[in-house]
Structure formats: structure tokens, C-alpha cells
Design a protein around this ligand. Structure first.
Ligand code: SF4
Ligand code: SF4
Length: 63
């Protein structure tokens, strides 16, 4: 099962992953701690771009 997790200790809240995701508003939000958070993976097509643009290695994609 597809899982995308954000390591909040590494996430700086730069927003690059959210900006680049083709389905950004359906999948991502910035949470109250100013960290990127996945809300729904229904529309994720596992392009893995979000993990690629994160310069901090905070995003882990597992399937
Ligand atoms: S690109 Fe990485 S550091 Fe920036 S908001 Fe996304 S997970 Fe956080
Ligand atoms: S893998 Fe692609 S579609 Fe899925 S959350 Fe990341 S950027 Fe968005």
C-alpha cells in the first residue's frame, strides 16, 4: 500500500513539495507546525517528484 511520510524533524516548511505536486491541493497541506503533511493519496500517481525536490530528505515514499 502506498505511503508517503514526512519526517518533521527534517522538514523546514519550504513548501517545494507542495508547489510541485500536480495534485497539490488534493494531496498536501501545510499543517499547524508549518510542516508538509499528506492528507489524501487517492489522486497520487506516484511520480515521486515531491521526494525528489525536497532538499532535506524529509519525504519517504513506500509502496
Ligand atoms: S520540500 Fe521537504 S522541507 Fe520542503 S516542505 Fe516539503 S517535505 Fe518539507
Ligand atoms: S508522488 Fe507525485 S502525485 Fe504523489 S504526492 Fe508526490 S508529487 Fe504528488
Amino acid at each position: 500500500m502506498l505511503q508517503i511520510t514526512v519526517d518533521e524533524d527534517k522538514c523546514t516548511g519550504c513548501g517545494a513539495c507542495i508547489d510541485i505536486c500536480p495534485k497539490t491541493h488534493k494531496i498536501w497541506r501545510m499543517n499547524s507546525r508549518n510542516k508538509a503533511e499528506v492528507i489524501d493519496l487517492t489522486f497520487c500517481h506516484v511520480c515521486t517528484i515531491c521526494a525528489s525536490v525536497c532538499n532535506f530528505g524529509a519525504i519517504l515514499i513506500q509502496r
